[in-house]
Design a protein around this ligand. Structure first.
Ligand SMILES: Nc1ncnc2c1ncn2[C@@H]1O[C@H](COP(=O)(O)OP(=O)(O)OP(=O)(O)O)[C@@H](O)[C@H]1O
Length: 253
């Protein structure tokens, strides 16, 4: 793998029982690029996220993070190597404040197991980092509120904050604008653009306006395969992609 690839999938396969749901996926993400993963329901987008983040183990092929093989590593090992993933279903602690949610994520990355005399310093570091991240996502004034009391859009922003808290270099976002109105989605796009600057982003997204706005490249999945991966112009013009979307219902993206 060239050193400029942050993430590389080589012939990745996954089956559940006798059904292969990921059928030999190759995908390469360059450092600093934003890639959207699209495709119809059941195409395999979430399964691919689960494989990359270590929740599922691949049956074949390999996954490399900055050139290192992570195919068989546990999620927390992959996380500590610099890959962070958000979840579509909220993984926030609703009774903890926004600040505490982010601080937990920072401490988790630091690996909260070290000598006592180092803890105090680390706690201060974690608090500073959490405050800075909340500032970045525009939640400074709501940092003290329980996560469960934030508006829906703010909870999604907090999810992004938790995901970027540990300063991962590769970020996976799962439908970051799902359930948002246009204005909220636009604000989220601006936020993602800012907080992922210089990082590598892989994002599952159904909203094509968001996809075309944010992504440098778009990977299209169908039936467990990546059938195209290219810039927006080429994806729009791709006959296989056109066929895929014309043949589906309106919720095809
Ligand atoms: N844990 C599992 N056990 C069995 N089958 C699974 C499991 N996870 C996913 N699948 C199957 O794998 C296929 C791909 O599902 P996946 O959720 O990855 O698709 P998706 O593209 O994310 O769809 P959506 O857009 O609806 O979220 C589907 O046929 C699904 O039923």
């Amino acid at each position: 793998m060239s050193a400029s690839h942050s993430l590389e999938l080589r012939g990745v396969r996954k089956a559940f029982g006798s059904t292969e749901v990921i059928c030999g996926v190759d995908l390469q993400l360059r450092e600093g690029e934003r890639c959207a993963l699209i495709g119809p329901n059941g195409a395999g987008k979430s399964s691919l996220f689960n494989l990359v983040s270590g929740r599922y183990t691949a049956d074949g092929g390999s996954i490399l993070l900055h050139g290192e093989d992570i195919t068989r590593l546990a999620p927390q090992q992959i996380n500590r190597m610099g890959l962070a993933r958000s979840f579509q279903i909220s993984s926030l602690f609703p009774r903890l404040s926004a600040f505490e949610n982010v601080r937990c994520a920072v401490l988790w990355k630091l690996g909260y197991r070290y000598a006592f005399w180092r803890r105090i310093g680390r706690l201060h570091d974690a608090a500073d980092r959490a405050a800075a991240v909340l500032d970045k996502v525009g939640l400074r004034s709501r940092a003290h509120l329980p996560a469960g009391e934030l508006s829906y859009a703010d909870q999604r922003a907090l999810e992004v904050a938790v995901t970027i808290a540990a300063d991962a270099s590769v970020i996976l976002l799962d439908e970051p604008t799902a359930g948002m109105n246009r204005a909220e989605a636009e604000a989220m796009v601006a936020l993602i653009r800012e907080v992922t600057a210089g990082k590598t982003l892989l994002m599952v997204e159904h909203d094509m306006e968001v996809v075309f706005d944010l992504a440098d490249r778009i990977a299209v999945m169908d039936n467990g395969r990546v059938i195209a991966c290219d810039d927006a112009h080429s994806i729009r013009a791709n006959p296989d992609v056109q066929r895929l979307y014309l043949n589906r219902s309106s919720h095809a993206a």
